[in-house]
Design a protein around this ligand. Structure first.
Ligand SMILES: [Zn+2]
Length: 185
């Protein structure tokens, strides 16, 4: 009933050597083909399996659902500047009116006035607010974002991410997600 599996994707959650996901946003996932390659190259351990195997006449391999890297990779502390991550930082709400519908991106300082496409200058905005603001600055439009746009840390996104879980999470992944923030309620 989910896109990945119905397309035969069998995505594999990739954990760092400390058993935390290699990345949350986006969640670190490999194709099962890449995961099996890494198993044979001795770069990962299999942590959990799917209840599904690939077979050839001479070969049967139960598909991993979770693998962990054998050597620790220093995690990134600065999340990627992506459309999804901007929405996540802004909790999928228009920064001018709070609406959750019809979200777009607004350049606080319009591009036509030299505004950059950066964490500090882009916020989630519903299309009515975006249209209303148009090419005006916040002063001209008398529209001010509810929070100052900022470059979030992984931890800040992670906290918001728990409010908006991804559409598809395999049951075997759940033990490896979110446990570090559950320690600080
Ligand atoms: Zn709005």
């Amino acid at each position: 009933m989910n896109a990945h599996v119905s397309q035969g994707g069998w995505p594999v959650l990739v954990l760092n050597a400390d058993f935390r996901p290699l990345s949350y946003y986006p969640l670190s996932l490999w194709s099962w083909q890449d995961a099996i390659k890494a198993v044979f190259l001795d770069r990962v351990n299999i942590v959990e399996h799917y209840d599904h195997a690939v077979r050839s006449p001479s070969f049967e391999f139960q598909l991993p659902s979770v693998v962990s890297l054998k050597s620790f990779v220093k995690p990134t502390t600065h999340p990627a500047f992506t459309r999804f991550n901007v929405f996540l930082r802004d909790r999928f709400s228009c920064q001018y009116c709070g609406s959750h519908d019809d979200l777009t991106f607004d350049h606080i300082i319009p591009r036509s006035k030299g505004g950059q496409t950066t964490w500090e200058n882009v916020v989630a905005a519903c299309s009515p607010c975006n249209l209303r603001k148009g090419n005006m600055t916040t002063q001209q439009a008398r529209m001010f974002p509810r929070q100052t746009a900022f470059a979030p840390t992984v931890h800040q996104l992670h906290r918001n991410g728990r409010l908006f879980p991804p559409n598809y999470l395999h049951g075997s992944w759940l033990d490896y997600l979110y446990w570090d923030t559950e320690l600080d309620p």
